[in-house]
Design a binder for this molecule. Structure first.
Ligand code: F0G
Length: 450
């Protein structure tokens, strides 16, 4: 019997599918999980640690495939190099290689938490410049197993950059649907640079996703958005790297910016599995930080809309409430609007999986203003790390939760900086305006000695 299948996330359905197809949705309409039947031995922790001394093996060097026993849907013999190189997709071991928790003293001061228990993990230091490479290496591995001819995604820019990068390296065609004029120039440039076919859609990311899913169905293309459960598998390694750095003692909080909520879902799944396997006892609480201008999840979870809090409800959340919210957005002409275009999303495709993650981790959802994200992004820069505006939501959100006393000064907090700066104008504009908190405006030469 195979060790892995796909399983409906709704416990009262629980339908099983094999993995040799590109189905990402159950016939009941729920999303699917990758479901492993074996329980990995905790002694693997030592093995993962020793693999950091990789000896030229790119699957040990990769911060994704180093943990291959925990995401072994390709059913390889993990120590057999030729099986790894036949089946696993990697950009020469670069995905997840540099991202782990770092202390950043200026950010801890800004967020008002103790520096020695505060960490940020720069996922922007992945080969295409965002956390997407974690999950794209696994999704494209599955695409390769299926021998697909065309990879398809919709994107606010980072997914398309990552999909295009891996597709070009594997010689697979890639079509990317992007909302015209709404993605950072550096991200758009990457899609072209990596040889993808760019398809510009009128509207926002939600429109681009709907059209790309339809198109993928028509031509039997392979969707690599985070509705694809193999994306979620790779993104679990973000959590493994956090835990490894903390000697597998879970932190109190893990903080992400929220867009389509793939990260939230993958963090939840990683923690649920590790807990079930007996690898961890303490469960960190997830914080999702929405942009104020794209705050669907915030509004629904906190009962801002119709005074009803959207909850997991054992796999049966009130989907009508979500539909009514989307209807309300349409009627009132509410469009997601934030300068953090990466998370300018109105209909988070993974909303139900994310509810499960919140339920399991006693997670919370907050929102921050664009100007706070700018400060968050800039203070990260002053520590010598760079991140994009959406990632600036993380320090801003932690500061907000400290001010509300929900996070304590000496709680162990890990924030995920999801992407690297791909729109330099953001930093230039911020620093050119002396009113901004951390601005250091340029001087003309004649002012230089004054
Ligand atoms: N941060 C960055 C830098 C992103 O690019 C995204 C999503 C998110 C956060 C949100 O993550 O969807 O897991 O909640 N970008 C997608 C894209 C939508 O197309 O690149 P999420």
């Amino acid at each position: 019997m195979k060790n892995v299948n796909k399983k409906c996330i709704n416990p009262s359905c629980g339908l099983i599918y094999d993995i040799e197809n590109n189905i990402y949705e159950c016939s009941c309409g729920s999303l699917l999980d990758i479901n492993y039947l074996n329980i990995p031995e905790k002694s693997l922790i030592d093995k993962f640690y020793h693999r950091r001394n990789h000896g030229g093996n790119i699957y040990n060097e990769s911060g994704v495939w180093r943990f291959r026993e925990l995401i072994n849907f390709a059913d390889i013999e993990p120590d057999d190099f030729s099986q790894c190189s036949d089946k696993l997709v990697s950009l020469d071991g670069a995905e997840g290689r540099l991202s782990r928790p770092y202390n950043m003293s200026k950010v801890s001061e800004y967020a008002q938490v103790n520096n020695n228990c505060f960490y940020l993990q720069p996922e922007g230091y992945n080969p295409s410049g965002s956390f997407k490479d974690n999950g794209m290496s696994t999704a494209v591995t599955h695409a390769k197993l299926l021998k697909v001819r065309k990879i398809i995604c919709a994107s606010t820019g980072n997914t398309s950059a990552s999909a295009a990068m891996y597709s070009s390296n594997e010689n697979i065609d890639c079509d990317v649907f992007i909302p015209r004029g709404e993605i950072a120039p550096g991200k758009l440039g990457q899609a072209f640079q990596f040889g993808a076919q760019v398809i510009q859609v009128e509207g926002n990311f939600d429109d681009a996703l709907a059209q790309s899913l339809e198109y993928a169905k028509e031509i039997n293309g392979y969707t690599v958005n985070s509705v694809n459960p193999f994306r979620i598998e790779g993104q679990k390694t973000v959590v493994y790297r956090i835990l490894e750095h903390l000697d597998w003692n879970p932190p109190d909080w893990i903080v992400y910016p929220g867009g389509a909520l793939g990260n939230t879902s993958s963090c939840g799944k990683a923690l649920i599995e590790l807990h079930r396997w007996g690898w961890i006892k303490k469960i960190p609480r997830i914080v999702v930080v929405n942009a104020h201008g794209a705050n669907t999840f915030y509004n629904l979870v906190n009962g801002i809309f119709e005074n009803e809090k959207l909850i997991w409800n054992n796999g049966n959340p009130n989907l009508n409430l979500i539909d009514r919210y989307y209807e309300h957005m349409k009627k009132q002409n509410i469009f997601p609007r934030t300068k953090a275009t990466a998370i300018q999303i109105g209909k988070p495709a993974n909303i139900v999986k994310a509810l499960r993650a919140l339920e399991f981790t006693k997670g919370i959802v907050i929102q921050v203003e664009d100007k706070d994200m700018f400060d968050g992004m800039s203070i990260v820069g002053l520590n010598g790390f760079d991140c994009e505006l959406a990632s600036g939501a993380v320090p801003a959100g932690i500061r907000h939760l400290r001010q509300e006393e929900l996070i304590k000064k000496d709680d162990i907090v890990v924030g995920i900086l999801t992407g690297r700066q791909k729109d330099p104008k953001m930093a230039v504009d911020y620093h050119t305006n002396p009113d901004n908190t951390f601005a250091r405006p340029p001087k003309d030469i004649d002012q230089y000695n004054v």
